[in-house]
Design a binder for this molecule. Structure first.
Ligand code: FAD
Length: 553
């Protein structure tokens, strides 16, 4: 198949699903979406409680990468799940809906990136969102990405941890995505009627059979972008059981949406990147662009575990054969514990009072799962996840070899700076202090990890090095920046510097990691660029509160 399209989109994940849907709203625009994985119609994807099974192992839904040995983490290789198939990482993620702090985007604008301030991007967050509470100053009620409140947020532990946060002297917030992110509160989730709402579910499912101008090919792995005279003209890919080679041509543009690990990898495989590193891997240089794969940033997370003295955790819902019953009940009736993601409250906190925004995020989970749910502790208990939101450390995604089917190398370089180590350490102390408050006394059992013998800075640091893991938010490997920035890969319109007909549109373009989970911000980025590609004026900037339904009332 050597077909021509207006746009070829590589990767049907969070960003690729948005672009495919928005671009084909124009009936005369022909789009090909190539996705390496499958359609992701499995019950494990649909059922929110399937998340642990999706994350823990390499599968049809999960690329299952490992990092290189991490020097500041006792040389451990860390597990990096990444979503595969329609919906990408939004089909296996934790379903927490967070946008980050307004100042994260204002910081991008201050870096010279016109059009990316919070006021500029807020209308795109709102356009993408189908919030159960409807439209208001901060939320959109009519968008494709369903967002709801957790169904069990009055559970004594979810509610108790928020109360404990207040008892420990922290603020409370009624909306992490509203006027004030800081404090303890309830999470909003990309779940609708007890079903995971991936980007594919929201954007692609409604149009897959009804848009003749959209062709979606699953099981199609892009191996290279074809560059002719400085222009991306199409892509080579392999598809089908025998891995037959094919080429698709893009008369307008190739849109790379393969995510923060694989977008830089595909650029590298196409000879676009740091010339020395390309040559070392045996890939001929097409276009020198040293920033490709560099600037990798991720949220490092530690999980503190406590036993729970009452049978009210997910363990009690799922122990023994009950687990099978949960799946069956969900399949037959759509009801029961299968509707939950197990994570409905948390916090955004400052590790130092002088910070201008929270630099720690807490996720409170109603179970003890270790090593990305590879190990589920068989007792009633709960977990407080602590992650640092704006690490100084920078890593790199690189080429392992010139073989396009080989995994890339991932070097996250976690905890390379003292500030990063301090912030996580402080987060551990804060989490312990909160769980120690009276509101959780009726439920709090023994601290299982790190355990009471881990007290001093050195002991806490050693425990962090030994147990820290990703909380799955890599960004920055195709950094958006000014052309004066030698590390930038794309400009503010996401065009790859020095080439035409090629943009990167996904989490990899974020120049700095936002303070929160990265699915909604990635979807926002794709929404915004879809207007640009369609020749539409950007949505008018909205100063938060200016269009408030509440303030108008
Ligand atoms: C386990 C996990 C939990 C997470 N939890 C949350 C959460 O609770 N809340 C939140 O906001 N964020 C969460 N995230 C992060 C969030 O889901 C991602 O940041 C976001 O989905 C990234 O979108 P993307 O479009 O950049 O990439 P992806 O959604 O990963 O999409 C990339 C797509 O490209 C495809 N692809 C890759 N290589 C090729 C190729 N060569 N050819 C064709 N296709 C290819 C992939 O198969 C994939 O479908 C989580 C992520 C993971 C992995």
């Amino acid at each position: 198949m050597n077909a021509h399209y207006d746009y070829v989109i590589v990767g049907g994940g969070s960003a690729g699903s948005v672009l495919a849907a928005r671009l084909t709203e124009d009936a005369d625009v022909k789009v090909l979406l190539l996705e390496a994985g499958g359609k992701n119609t499995s019950i494990l994807v649909r059922m929110p409680a399937g998340v642990g099974s999706l994350i823990k192992a390499k599968s049809d839904f999960n690329w299952g990468f490992w990092t290189e040995p991490e020097p500041h983490m006792n040389d451990r290789r860390l597990w990096w799940p990444r979503g595969k198939g329609l919906g990408g990482s939004s089909a296996i993620n934790g379903m927490v809906y967070i946008r980050g702090h307004a100042r994260d985007y204002d910081q991008w604008r201050q870096m010279g990136l016109t059009g990316w301030s919070y006021a500029d991007v807020l209308p795109y967050f709102k356009r993408s969102e189908g919030f159960v509470g409807g439209d208001d100053a901060y939320h959109g009620g009519k968008g494709p990405l369903a967002v709801s409140w957790g169904e069990r947020s009055s559970h004594p532990l979810y509610a108790g941890v928020i109360k404990a946060g207040a008892e420990a002297g922290h603020r409370l917030t009624d909306d992490f995505n509203g006027a004030d992110q800081e404090g303890f509160g309830r999470y909003q989730l990309t779940i609708k009627d007890g079903r995971r709402w991936s980007a594919a579910q929201g954007y692609l499912s409604p149009i897959l059979d009804s848009r003749p101008n959209l062709t979606v090919v699953t099981g199609a792995r892009t191996t290279k972008i074809r560059i002719e005279k400085g222009r991306a003209v199409g892509v080579d890919y392999v598809a089908g059981k025998g891995g037959e080679a094919a080429t698709a041509y893009a008369d307008r543009e190739v849109l790379l949406c393969a995510g923060a690990v694989q977008s830089p990898h595909i650029l590298n495989l196409s000879g676009i990147g740091d010339p020395d590193l390309l040559k070392a891997a045996g890939v001929p240089v097409t276009h020198a662009l040293p920033g490709v794969g560099a600037n990798l940033q991720d949220h490092l997370d530690v999980s503190l575990n406590w036993a729970c003295t009452q049978p009210i955790t997910l363990y009690n819902d799922t122990k023994g054969l009950k687990q099978l019953a949960v799946g069956l009940q969900y399949m037959l009736t759509g009801k029961g514990p299968g509707r939950q993601n197990g994570l409905e409250s948390g916090a955004f906190l400052k590790s130092r009072p002088d910070l201008d925004r929270p630099d720690l995020q807490l996720h409170f989970v109603l179970a003890i799962m270790k090593e990305h749910a590879k190990v589920t502790v068989q007792r009633d208990g709960f977990t407080m996840h602590v992650c640092q939101l704006r690490p100084e450390s920078r890593g790199r995604v690189g080429l392992r070899s010139a073989d396009p089917l080989a995994d890339p190398t991932i070097f996250a370089n976690y905890l390379a700076t003292e500030e990063d180590r301090r912030a996580v350490r402080e987060g551990v102390r804060i989490a312990r202090d909160v769980v120690g408050q009276p509101a959780l006394a009726p439920y709090r059992g023994e601290e299982l990890s790190p355990g009471f013998d881990v007290k001093s800075d050195a002991e806490i640091d050693a425990w962090i090095r030994e147990t820290g893991e990703t909380i799955y938010h890599p960004v920055g490997t195709c950094k958006m920046g000014l052309d004066s920035d030698p590390t930038a890969v794309v400009d503010g319109d996401l065009n790859v510097f020095g080439l035409s007909g090629l943009r990167v549109v996904d989490a990899s373009v974020m120049p700095t990691l936002i303070g929160g989970n990265t699915n909604a911000p990635t979807i926002m980025i794709a929404e915004k660029i879809s207007d640009l590609l369609r020749g539409r004026a950007p949505l008018p900037a909205e100063e938060p509160g200016a269009t408030s339904a509440r303030s108008a009332a």
